[in-house]
Design a protein around this ligand. Structure first.
Ligand SMILES: [Zn+2]
Length: 68
């Protein structure tokens, strides 16, 4: 039996919208950014990819120092 329905979903929504962040798709990139236009990304020589905040943290990224 695996019937786990969240009744609250109907009113409040179970999933909080994921915050999207941007990271430079480089092994050396350690930061995530809220804005794709952030100056911290301007010197990225790789693709800029969009991740959920959770995913970015799972990858060991920390918030860009240009943002707060
Ligand atoms: Zn940034």
């Amino acid at each position: 039996m695996k019937i786990l329905l969240c009744i609250g979903c109907l009113t409040t929504g179970c999933s909080i919208p994921e915050t999207k962040v941007y990271v430079c798709d480089s092994k050396n990139a350690i930061r995530y950014h809220y804005k794709a236009t952030c100056r911290g990304l301007s010197n990225c020589r790789h693709a800029i990819i969009s991740l959920s905040l959770k995913e970015a943290r799972n990858r060991g990224k920390t918030l860009c120092k240009w943002e707060d």
